[in-house]
Design a protein around this ligand. Structure first.
Ligand code: MN
Length: 228
């Protein structure tokens, strides 16, 4: 795997089967969107509203990258997630036509400095330093809707060094893709180039240098990364 090299001139993502790239606008993420994961984080999935946060564009690194172990943590976690790529501008979008705004789908890993997040949560502080660090958003190639359809079920999984750690189904999303778009577009004007990391199933845990991650959403894409 090549070492990821930051390229500020190219905030874009590879499109599967094409030499064109998908230019990025913003990276949104949904927290706590699978009940078993909410429980493993020590909360009640029936009582928690959706949590939205953002990552910087330059946190997006291509699948197959070597991810530098970030500073200031001893508890770096993976979170495998279905990623939605937005293709049209819109605000206050109804869930009934939300899928019209989707360009395509990919698979990402929401890398998290869990120890910093735990401190932020306990103090009621922002999650920024736990979620928005360098190379914190590995992302597969994107696949157009014409290729994937709008997946609402399918295995979502992640292996560390060949051992299955996360094994869920995107049908278990508390807020599905149309509902996420409805909620998010009440807060922000969605634009072409927006990505939405939709949340992770249970099974998150720490990785260390040398660990090889491999995950995917069946019918969408797979992604690999190596922690170095
Ligand atoms: Mn996440």
């Amino acid at each position: 795997m090549p070492q990821y090299v930051f390229d500020a001139s190219c905030p874009s993502v590879a499109i599967a089967g094409s030499r064109k790239r998908f230019p990025l606008h913003r990276v949104y993420c949904v927290g706590w969107n699978y009940a078993e994961h909410v429980r493993e984080m020590g909360s009640d999935p029936d009582r928690e509203p959706p949590i939205f946060f953002m990552k910087p564009l330059d946190a997006v690194v291509p699948g197959g990258s070597r991810i530098p172990y970030p500073p200031a943590t001893g508890d770096l976690h993976y979170e495998i997630e279905l990623v939605v790529a937005i293709g049209r501008s819109g605000a206050a979008i109804s869930r009934d036509n939300a899928l019209d705004y989707v360009w395509g789908y990919g698979v990402g890993i929401d890398m998290t400095r869990r120890d910093l997040q735990a401190v932020a949560k306990s103090r009621g502080q922002p999650w920024e330093s736990s979620k928005s660090f360098d190379a914190a958003a590995p992302l597969s190639e994107l696949h157009a809707v014409a290729e994937t359809g709008h997946p609402d079920a399918g295995r979502i999984w992640l292996e560390v060094n060949g051992e299955v750690r996360q094994d869920g189904d995107i049908a278990q999303l508390i807020w599905n893709v149309p509902e996420i778009i409805e909620h998010l577009s009440e807060l922000f004007v969605l634009q072409p180039g927006d990505l939405i990391y939709t949340g992770t199933p249970a099974g998150v845990s720490a990785v260390i240098g040398g660990d090889k991650l491999r995950g995917g959403v069946d019918g969408v894409a797979t992604i690999e990364a190596e922690i170095v």
